[in-house]
Design a protein around this ligand. Structure first.
Ligand SMILES: [Fe+2]
Ligand SMILES: [Fe+2]
Length: 212
């Protein structure tokens, strides 16, 4: 039989729930939480490092574009980058499926970012300046560009028709880019004030940053 002291000691060391009953897990909870703290801390630190790295990468990419100059010069440089990727794709053969996939991923990333900048800033500004016809035609062509990407994804990088489709895609994109660079953008830029030009440039850089 326990003494009064032994009984009190035993009672104070056991953990009870609010109902007064012993809880089978209550004794372990402190230990689990104590163990989880460093894990949660490490996860948060990892997430913070990831966010900082992503922010740095975006700043690097868009900072480089910011140095190019005005909105139309930034977009023209992006056209050149996309066409250069096409040229690398056209230099591959059907055994280089990994390289084709990598180039395709890079192309899609660049075109997505570019389309976002044009569709969310430049084309709406064109419509505001009563250039609705050009804005709508160009945005519709972006739909055809997405169709080319879809078709290439469907056929796969080892398809015998892959190069032919890439060549057709490059031609379409090149014509779209030249129409923007040689006709639409210069005419629009001539019509805008210096203040509006700066505003469009800032907005293109802002959207480019988020998509980078
Ligand atoms: Fe475009
Ligand atoms: Fe463009």
């Amino acid at each position: 039989m326990p003494t009064r002291t032994q009984s009190r000691t035993s009672s104070s060391s056991s953990t009870r729930s609010r109902s007064g009953r012993d809880s089978p897990n209550s004794g372990r909870s402190t230990f689990i939480i104590g163990e989880s703290v460093p894990i949660i801390g490490a996860a948060l630190a990892g997430a913070a490092i990831g966010l900082a790295a992503n922010f740095g990468r975006k700043a690097l990419i868009q900072g480089r574009e910011y140095l190019i100059g005005d909105w139309d010069e930034i977009l023209s440089a992006e056209h050149d980058e996309a066409l250069a990727i096409f040229d690398k794709m056209l230099a591959t053969d059907e055994t280089q499926t990994f390289k084709r996939r990598m180039l395709m991923t890079k192309l899609c990333y660049g075109l997505d970012k570019h389309a976002y900048q044009e569709e969310n800033v430049v084309y709406p500004a064109l419509r505001e300046a009563n250039e609705v016809g050009d804005a709508d035609a160009l945005e519709s062509e972006h739909g055809h560009i997405k169709t080319f990407i879809y078709e290439l994804g469907q056929m796969g990088p080892d398809s015998p028709n892959w190069l032919e489709k890439v060549r057709e895609f490059r031609q379409f994109l090149s014509e779209h880019a030249h129409f923007e660079e040689e006709q639409v953008f210069p005419r629009f830029k001539r019509e805008m004030s210096g203040e509006q030009n700066d505003k469009i440039t800032a907005m293109v850089n802002r959207d480019g940053f988020w998509m980078a």
